[in-house]
Design a protein around this ligand. Sequence first.
Ligand SMILES: *Cc1c(COP(=O)(O)O)cnc(C)c1O
Length: 408
Amino acid sequence: MSSNQIKARDNDLVDGRVPGFSTLSVHAGEQRQKMANSITDPVVLASTFTFANTQSIIDFIENDEDRGEYGRYGVPGEQVVERKLAALENAEEGVLFSSGMAALVGLFNAKLSAGDEIIFFDECYHRSREYCKKHLSRFGIVTRQVKTGDYDAMESAISSKTKLLVSESPTNPHLSILDLARFAEIGEKYQVETMIDATLATPFNVQPLNFGVDYVMHSATKYFGGHNDLLAGIVLGSSDKLAEIRALRGVTGAVNSPHNCYLLERGLKTFEIRMQRHNENGQRVAEFLESHPRVSRVLYPGLPSHRDYQIAKETMRGFGGLVTFEVADADWKDASKVVDRAKLARIAPSLGGVETLIEQPLVMSYWGYEPEERKSFGISDNMIRLACGIENSSDIIEDLQQALATTD
Ligand SMILES: *Cc1c(COP(=O)(O)O)cnc(C)c1O
């Protein structure tokens, strides 16, 4: 790394203090003087990087020099984003992938071998479950699922073959919140590594590594990118633990184009102010929905009615923009009508972007599942998932008000 580059946190942005979130998201990970003295990072569109002569190749290999070699091993813009996200997450390092799923797969494939077992808390993104159940199983890796928040069940499921404990926090779409210290302690007690998918939290709301968790994974497609215009993912942790993951990524090639890296870097500049608004909107919308007669249940960790309200309040700064609710006395078609009547909220999967999105998990993610199977995943027929964007909360609330107003 050249002296002009700043590492995650040991930079000289502010004398002797840890910079604030926005200062980090604007400046961390970037060179002070850039190409052509530009204030913004150049998008270096190169799939390969040249060497002056044979000796410089040998020097590069023998001295592990920090420079480009071939695009699959990393491009300059990717390093900037990895360092910026490491600074925000208070991690030593991050490895960027082409999507959140590629990050999850990259971590699992680097760390697990035939005969190993992993244990999951059962509320999770349906594709994460699918990867474990359908694909890791083909390579002789066993996935055990225990009820989210049942720490005793997780502990009893651990055997000498267990290599990884996995959970989301908050979980999708129930927004259950983990006691991260307890989760990390179980891992430590049995010498099993722990991973949190913290996509729904972001480091603005909680930093799982500070609780002793080994790996944090994010779909950067969501709040980090923030504008519904890119896919990316990242695994963060200690440099030591990430080395194998980075090496395997260089083999499998789930990397981002230079242009995608730049979009992510640009999105991150406004990370803190977007998160403040997502948190504010989520809270206000959840409170509105809870008071609405046509809503029978609201799942939002910032509401005292949520099962994990206490631990959420103690450990998190805010609770994000995702709000899950159920329409009173509604079958799936009645609930669809509420979705279809929304005008400001757009019907789409995903979350964390500036636009408010609305969807019905039964239709969007669990269509074709047997009713008992859906029930076992806690997906009810009348459930709606609203991902608040950064619009004005009064407008989102008014939209929901009119969408819930009639029953026909
Ligand atoms: C979206 C999402 C993922 C998958 O990320 P992609 O970027 O879509 O591959 C994983 N976990 C959670 C919690 C998500 O919301």
